[in-house]
Design a protein around this ligand. Structure first.
Ligand SMILES: [Zn+2]
Length: 147
């Protein structure tokens, strides 16, 4: 896969109107503030020190900032409205983690931390939920602008 695979997903429904995404964004950032802040700080750090350019992506009613580089050895991490992804094929999965952010709110990081410590990554309940959501979502993601 070339760089083009970052620009459009394979299939699915187009994102909802921009106005909705922009209306939702401030509330979403507040609701997921600890993880979104951590993600934004990481994105800023990678931009300044690593020259990695983040891009805006839309998925359903949501707007995400995607850093096209995974931290550590993983393939991706979802931090509120920020996604760190090593490959475009993990984007849908990482975007679906925002759904658990909707009910976990500020408890997202402690909950995931606890679950990963107790069950490991792939067996954690919220990881399993996210895999299901990923499999059933009808949304396609879309990169906006050049990025
Ligand atoms: Zn996951």
């Amino acid at each position: 896969m070339g760089d083009g695979s970052w620009s459009r997903s394979s299939s699915g429904r187009a994102p909802l109107p921009w106005a909705l995404a922009l209306l939702l964004l401030p509330w979403l950032v507040l609701w997921t503030l600890p993880q979104s802040l951590a993600g934004l700080m990481w994105a800023g750090l990678k931009r300044v020190r690593g020259g990695v350019r983040p891009s805006l992506y839309r998925f359903g009613p949501f707007l995400f900032l995607v850093v096209p580089e995974a931290p550590f050895s993983g393939l991706g991490i979802s931090l509120g409205v920020v996604v760190l992804a090593g490959h475009p094929r993990v984007l849908t999965h990482e975007f679906c983690h925002l759904y658990s952010g909707l009910w976990l709110g500020w408890l997202y990081l402690p909950t995931y931390g606890l679950e990963y410590a107790l069950f490991g990554h792939s067996r954690s309940p919220h990881e399993r939920i996210t895999v299901r959501l990923e499999g059933s979502t009808r949304w396609a993601w879309e990169r906006t602008g050049r990025g």
